[in-house]
Design a protein around this ligand. Sequence first.
Ligand code: ADP
Ligand code: MG
Length: 307
Amino acid sequence: MSTPEHAFAPRAELSLAPHAAPVDDVAQEQVDGIGPTGRPRRHIPDPPPLLHHGPAKILAICNQKGGVGKTTSTINLGAALAEYGRRVLLVDFDPQGALSVGLGVHPHQLETTIYNVIMEGDTAVRDVIRKTMVDDMDLLPSNIDLSAAEIQLVSEVGREHTLVRTLRPVIDHYDYVLVDCQPSLGLLTVNALAAADGVLIPLECEFFSLRGVALLIDTIEKVKERLNPKLNITGILATMFDPRTLHSREVMARVVEAFGEIVFDSVINRTVRFPETTVAGEPITRWAPRSSGANAYRALAREVIAR
Ligand code: ADP
Ligand code: MG
């Protein structure tokens, strides 16, 4: 394995030199229409409007590494699917509650969360789901209480199917349920995989990001075999891509080489716009509707609908 950049060289973003894409890259993209994955750009038209809604496809947004863009992708893919007329439920399945925070909901102020639905028979999921600022996109929030559920569930019968049972009463109302998983392969994540039709794996374009993916895919295969035969990998989403660095482009080439067609054509670039949206508590499609980040998640939504 070659290290593309000297380990002690200053990183590009620390340099005072103005940033600009290498001229060759820009020219090449214009001439041969090659996308950031190194494959030709394929145009996917806007999806047709739906005549009726549901039952929802459940997608688990999963990677046991933290900080790879799971929560950001859940919010922004959800908002983009809703723009295309799909009814979306976002499930915060991480006790950190970052998805709830990212939508402007303060977890410690919540009276009921997904925890109450899972652990207490008398709390209905419909009563805990809240609207978000995006039309047709709802949220099933969580907070730190959920970390107790992981421990309490261990001794329950059918512990891996708790989430699927929880979602059953509302599944017909939505077209997509996106489950934002915690950064581990523990019981909560296994519950998300046991409930899901597909897994979307955000993968940071960084040198070590490929390391954990084999373990994740192994877990997905075990869940498919033992708990949920319909489970498939919907796609791998390259995130935090910086087209200006050789490093990012090399990692991308390896990802495409390793995983082929399941890598989405849509790629999410690294931009400060995403941390900004977290502070704003809004999806990028609202915060910066015409930004390239918003358009990248719209392109991803078209791919997800087409797959
Ligand atoms: P995860 O849920 O996998 O832990 P997050 O979605 O919370 O990851 O992202 C981790 C951090 O990186 C957050 O501060 C988020 O705002 C930021 N981030 C996410 N996607 C991008 C991106 N494409 N470019 C720059 N920063 C990003
Ligand atoms: Mg997260």
